[in-house]
Ligand binder design. Structure first.
Ligand code: ATR
Length: 263
């Protein structure tokens, strides 16, 4: 029987085991998926143990998405550009690292096309993976707004986008079609990193946070009539792409939403 895992610290809150177990069941795949708590400094030992025990593939979550890289044999382009790995495939003992976060999120934005005007808020690790995926999709108009402008400038240069301050983002806000909030602001406190007003129904607001399910950023967007999507779609989207890498099946995300998240 094949088995898969997720490595992280903490790990008890991870939804990935329920998500993948639900898909294994739906597609009649004999496999299991276990959460593994990896203590700081023990990542290499954990990876060696997984190989020894024949783990077919695993996810990597906070805080190991970058630290895992030296212990892998190869990186897919998605992991190379993001500089981070969230999915590993064990191909006959060779560990291949991928990053399905950005692609997983974009796969769930309906109507995403090259001419959409996209604003990314934040320029940290999470933003980088998403910007890399946007670049892959040839999004022509990409703005990156960050509290620390210098970080946005670096990311924008790399992605052929435009860096702006939060106040510039506020001023030109109504010109965007899709706005993706990638900072952790809104997770602990009911505040938004930037005060965006003037949403309209043709705009889409996306927050990568899923707990709370509606951040201050998303609430404002919804109240002003925009279409909103929280981080659950990225979580399920990245999981679906990992599942596909492991099994060859691109699984039904709505099924997962219904069985795992509606309870
Ligand atoms: P992650 O990997 O989660 O993206 P990160 O690389 O530390 O974490 O990046 C955090 C992002 O959240 C950055 O864009 C950061 O802005 P700065 O580059 O200016 O630090 C943003 N961020 C964090 N706390 C913030 C706050 N209180 N207000 C505005 N932006 C904040």
């Amino acid at each position: 029987k094949k088995w898969y895992a997720v490595l992280g610290h903490p790990i008890h809150h991870s939804i990935s085991p329920r998500m993948h177990e639900a898909w294994f069941q739906k597609y009649n795949i004999e496999a299991s998926y276990v959460p593994i708590l990896v203590k700081p400094g023990e990542l290499e030992k954990a990876v060696d143990s997984l190989k020894l025990l024949g783990c077919s593939g695993f996810n990597v979550t906070v805080p190991y998405k970058e630290e895992i890289i030296p212990f892998l044999n190869e990186l897919d382009v998605s992991a190379k550009v993001a500089g981070a790995v969230n999915t590993v495939v064990n191909r006959d003992g060779q560990l291949i690292g991928h990053n399905t976060d950005g692609r997983g999120l974009l796969a769930n934005i309906s109507g995403l096309s090259e001419e959409k005007r996209v604003l990314v808020i934040g320029a940290g690790g999470a933003a980088k993976g998403i910007v890399a995926a946007l670049k892959e999709r040839h999004i022509r108009t990409l703005f990156i707004a960050n509290r620390t402008l210098e970080k946005a400038v670096q990311l924008a240069e790399w992605a052929s986008g435009t860096a702006i301050t939060y106040s510039q983002a506020e001023d030109m806000f109504s010109t965007f079609d899709i706005v993706i909030q990638t900072t952790s602001v809104g997770m602990e406190e009911d505040i938004s990193p930037v005060n965006l007003k003037g949403w309209h129904p043709s705009m889409t607001a996306i927050d990568i946070i899923y707990s709370p399910p509606e951040t201050a950023f998303l609430r404002q967007a919804r109240e002003e009539g925009a279409f909103t999507m929280n981080g659950l779609s990225m979580l399920i989207g990245q999981g679906a792409l990992a599942f596909e890498l492991w099994t060859g099946i691109y699984p039904d995300q709505d099924y997962c939403k219904k069985t795992v998240f509606s309870s």
